[in-house]
Design a protein. Structure first.
Length: 140
């Protein structure tokens, strides 16, 4: 169980870009952070270490892609490996969460609001939707 008052981090992992969101201090709402882009000289794990320290994160929720029927697809094992690396290297609690519809919903929201402004917008919004879903379910 996460520490009382600690924030929760949501991650929508991808092969090139990773959407990241953080909860408010009360754990009620999710806000998007800058999307992490691979290949910039820093690893995703080092970036997450910095974010965890900066925001006082006590739990990380990692999106796990599944097929519409709930089966494993490309990316499922990658999410599991990322979750284990975070748990081991950052010594923090990690939860995996089904992310089946987050990217599609993020795309729909972006289209409704005038389209994608930057490549990382959909990834960031998907991370917000993932984390907000976790927060809402946890409190219900």
């Amino acid at each position: 169980m996460e520490e009382p008052g600690a924030r929760i981090l949501g991650i929508d992992p991808g092969t090139k870009r990773t959407g990241i969101a953080v909860s408010d201090p009360l754990g009620v709402t999710a806000q998007g952070l800058e999307t992490f882009v691979s290949g910039g000289g820093i690893t995703l794990l080092d970036h997450l270490r910095s974010v965890v320290g900066r925001y006082g994160v006590g739990l990380v929720v990692v999106g796990m892609p599944l097929s519409m029927s709930g089966g494993e697809i490309e990316g499922t094992e990658r999410s599991r490996r990322l979750a284990e690396e975070i748990r081991t290297e950052l010594d923090i609690e990690v939860a995996l969460r089904d992310e089946r519809m987050t990217s599609r919903e993020a795309e729909r929201l972006m289209q409704r609001s005038g389209g994608v402004r930057e490549k990382g917008d959909i990834d960031r919004i998907a991370a917000v939707l993932l984390l907000q879903g976790y927060l809402d379910e946890r409190d219900s």
